[in-house]
Write a protein that binds this ligand. Structure first.
Ligand code: ZN
Length: 159
């Protein structure tokens, strides 16, 4: 089932999501494929559960292979080096802008089977991990914008 993505300024996007106690819970197991379908339907690189109005610490990320499912993800280390790249968000349609993020991050989480996993991300993956983990903390990329590059209200690039 494709879920409805909530958009800014929906208040649920600003709430902190709750940790998942039991990843094998049937409701969670049913929700994960729905969240993946929703991400793919809207051609997102990643999506966090709060973006469909569910305040749980669950993130899915598209990769070349299987989608990454991360439950209760935490950044455990990050590079000093940062880089600035353009970002957008399924919950803020039409808005894009430059955001500074750590170049590399290491994330610990549980996978969809409840097993502990460590993900080392660099470049785009590091960026998506930081963006999605921000979502479960009620933070949006527009909070970190260095400058807007595109806004649907204006239509054009406003670089
Ligand atoms: Zn987003």
């Amino acid at each position: 089932m494709i879920l409805k993505i909530i958009t800014e300024p929906h208040l649920l996007l600003r709430e902190k999501a709750n940790p998942i106690k039991n990843p094998l819970d049937s409701e969670i197991q049913k929700f994960i494929p729905d969240l993946i379908k929703t991400m793919n339907h809207d051609e997102g690189i990643g999506i966090a559960a709060p973006q469909v109005g569910k305040l749980i610490q669950l993130v899915v990320i598209n990769t070349k292979d299987e989608p990454l499912v991360l439950i209760n993800p935490k950044i455990v280390s990050k590079s000093i080096w940062k880089e600035i790249r353009e970002e957008g968000c399924l919950s803020i349609p039409g808005v894009f802008g430059m955001v500074k993020r750590h170049k590399k991050v290491k994330v610990e989480a549980l996978n969809d089977k409840g097993k502990k996993v460590t993900i080392k991300g660099e470049g785009l993956l590091a960026r998506v991990l930081q963006h999605e983990i921000d979502h479960i903390n009620g933070i949006l990329f527009i909070d970190k914008l260095i400058k807007k590059t595109k806004d649907k209200e204006h239509g054009d690039k406003v670089l």
